[in-house]
Ligand binder design. Structure first.
Ligand SMILES: NC(=O)c1ccc[n+]([C@@H]2O[C@H](COP(=O)([O-])OP(=O)(O)OC[C@H]3O[C@@H](n4cnc5c(N)ncnc54)[C@H](OP(=O)(O)O)[C@@H]3O)[C@@H](O)[C@H]2O)c1
Length: 301
């Protein structure tokens, strides 16, 4: 089927496009970059969307690029809420049957509570409010009968971007350490499992509503740090990085790293989706075995 994909040049979107094409779909990018993609002009989007089977919306200013001052919060909000409203109108206007939008587990706020699922209430704080507004913005699509899914994404793992790209440099030189208390939950997901869950929702004829995209076995920050050190052959022995250091460096966004969430993918599992990497060891073994092979084949070339 033809699929319009925003965020196609991003960390998740680039990989998703590859995997959708491998499943036989035609993928057309929505991007600010020009080239062969479509821009954000509503009429051009409606024209491009005619005959499409789905729109997948991943675009949004990066949440971890810079401190959350008022201007940055406004940019984070507008790049998600306004674009979602626009694509919801496009889906409705062009008769696209499905809209699959990114959201984040930040919806639940941060807490020590175990087993948050899709029925858990909205938390408090900027990120929770942002996620709620992001999801609500798809209302025009829902009202027009477009099958609409919101994928509440956890911490996406792949060395090319996201959390691992930031964590890896100190770990590679033996200076890796857990952040904060080390006891906070990290609800992670292998990037390929996230992409395959999105593909599953696109190809479904019945799935709609909220789906948590997190592996079935969240871990705490200490376990993530240990497993990462093991996967790259650099044992972790340094003391934790104190929370106040991160807060001084990053501001409000540090709270997301210092107090996590324990989130379960109940609806994905109930809908028949199977995670290829349900445990952290399986995910990191795959991600780093593959990467180290690539690096060594480049060195030997
Ligand atoms: N990575 C994670 O761990 C994670 C976790 C939870 C939720 N998510 C969500 O999942 C989605 C994809 O994540 P990602 O890591 O792939 O993000 P990413 O690498 O930062 O890419 C996002 C894309 O959004 C587009 N974009 C950025 N600012 C924009 C703006 N002002 N207006 C319109 N488009 C804009 C860019 O595309 P162009 O430059 O081509 O326009 C960019 O490639 C995001 O919405 C993110 O919040 C990600």
């Amino acid at each position: 089927m033809k699929i319009l994909l925003s965020g196609i040049r991003g960390f998740v979107g680039a990989r998703l496009a590859e995997r959708l094409r491998a499943r036989g779909h035609e993928v057309v990018g929505i991007t600010r970059a020009g080239g062969s993609g479509i821009g954000w002009d509503e009429r051009a989007l409606v024209a491009a969307a005619r005959g499409a089977g789905a729109i997948v919306h991943l675009a949004g200013e990066n949440l971890f690029d810079g401190r959350w001052n008022d201007a940055r919060k406004q940019a984070l909000r507008a790049s998600r809420v306004d674009t979602t409203a626009l694509l919801a109108r496009v889906a409705a206007g062009a008769g696209v049957p499905a809209l699959v939008c990114a959201s984040a587990i930040g919806y639940y706020g941060t807490s020590d509570a175990r087993g948050l699922n899709e029925r858990s209430p909205q938390g408090s704080g900027f990120l929770a409010e942002l996620c709620a507004a992001w999801e609500a913005a798809a209302a025009p699509a829902r009202a027009a009968g477009v099958r609409t899914c919101h994928v509440r994404i956890g911490v996406v793992l792949a060395p090319q971007g996201g959390a691992l790209k930031n964590m890896l440099p100190p770990f590679r030189v033996g200076l890796g350490a857990p952040l904060g208390s080390g006891k906070q939950w990290v609800s992670w997901v292998h990037r390929d499992d996230l992409c395959d869950l999105i593909a599953h929702l696109v190809e479904s004829t019945s799935a709609s509503g909220v789906f948590n995209a997190t592996a079935p076995e969240p871990v705490d920050m200490r376990a993530l740090s240990k497993a990462l050190g093991k996967a790259i052959g650099r044992p972790v022995f340094l003391p934790n990085v104190p929370g106040f250091v991160l807060k001084t460096m990053l501001g409000e966004v540090a709270d997301v790293l210092l107090t996590g969430q324990h989130v379960l993918p109940e609806r994905a599992l109930a809908d028949g989706f199977r995670f290829a990497y349900p445990t952290l060891d399986a995910a990191l073994t795959d991600l780093f075995a593959r990467r180290e092979q690539l690096v060594s084949s480049e060195v030997n070339r």
